[in-house]
Design a protein around this ligand. Sequence first.
Ligand SMILES: CC(C)(COP(=O)(O)OP(=O)(O)OC[C@H]1O[C@@H](n2cnc3c(N)ncnc32)[C@H](O)[C@@H]1OP(=O)(O)O)[C@@H](O)C(=O)NCCC(=O)NCCS
Length: 150
Amino acid sequence: MNSWNITLRPFRLTDVDDFLLWAGDDRVIRNLTWKKIASKEEALTFIKERCISHPWRRSICIDDRCIGFISIFPWSGDERCKADIGYGIAVKYWGQGIATQAVKMAVPQVFEDFPDIVRLQAYTVVENKASQRVLEKAGFLKEDSIPADP
Ligand SMILES: CC(C)(COP(=O)(O)OP(=O)(O)OC[C@H]1O[C@@H](n2cnc3c(N)ncnc32)[C@H](O)[C@@H]1OP(=O)(O)O)[C@@H](O)C(=O)NCCC(=O)NCCS
């Protein structure tokens, strides 16, 4: 396996060109709640409004260049002890352990940054085996999904 220099850091507007490479790729966006980013202008707006302003969204970097993201969505009110985690990386880096490493790096950081959080959780669609495997390798435990109301 490659020994990548992986870091997590806040997004910067100067990430825009690297960001567009994966945020404009259907294969990365497909399983996310993001809309596909189609232009540099849209990318700059998204980085400013949805990455830099996000409560906890980090750029996954190799040698300080943005190749993906990892985010935490803290719940609120009585459920502020919970947060959801999400991530995605550029297709050319898939299958090399990078997302797993990013999740492993993020988890202790999140517990430090959000003292109220005691549970980190993630949802994946059944077909997204790669994401399920990332979570499994990072130490998450599989739970059955909650059945819909009858
Ligand atoms: C999910 C995603 C982040 C995984 O990134 P990655 O860097 O390739 O992940 P890793 O290399 O750390 O681990 C992937 C694992 O899934 C496995 N995998 C990949 N495709 C698979 C498939 N179709 N079936 C079973 N396992 C699969 C890989 O073999 C690897 O496991 P291994 O190390 O035991 O061999 C990446 O595919 C991605 O960005 N997808 C689009 C966005 C997305 O789906 N985000 C998650 C939303 S819940």
